[in-house]
Design a protein. Structure first.
Length: 127
């Protein structure tokens, strides 16, 4: 059962890792990481090796947590900026509609005055 849980977690983790569109996959990355750690641990005692691995895991966990918090903060900021952008778009659309309405009203007024000036000058539509 433990293997099934680990396998399903690994598959989900592979999918998450694939979402980044990197030129390598999670398994390749893990192999390279293990090789790097093995080279780094050569010639050390078992206690030193374990201490070194624990230190690396702790540092990586702290970095991951920091990045998760940064991503969360960025996501919140993006949501806030999107809301502001959408509000500005709505206000802009309202202003455009208002400007069009004003322009149409101005055209009606100008037409009325043009007609009045033509009447004053003696112009008649039947002429």
């Amino acid at each position: 059962m433990t293997n099934k849980k680990n396998d399903s977690h690994a598959n989900e983790s592979q999918k998450d890792f694939a979402a980044f569109n990197l030129p390598f996959n999670q398994s390749e990355f893990a192999k390279q990481l293990i090789l790097h750690w093995c080279r780094e641990l050569e010639g050390k005692t078992e206690d030193e090796a374990i201490a070194n691995i624990i230190e690396k895991i702790a540092i990586n966990s702290a970095e991951n947590q920091t990045q998760k918090l940064q991503i969360k903060a960025f996501s919140e900021k993006i949501a806030e900026l999107e809301k502001g952008h959408n509000d500005l778009c709505k206000a802009n659309d309202a202003r455009k509609a208002e400007s069009v309405a004003i322009g149409q009203e101005q055209q009606k007024i100008h037409k009325w005055y043009r007609d009045q000036f033509k009447k004053i000058q003696g112009w008649r539509w039947w002429q």
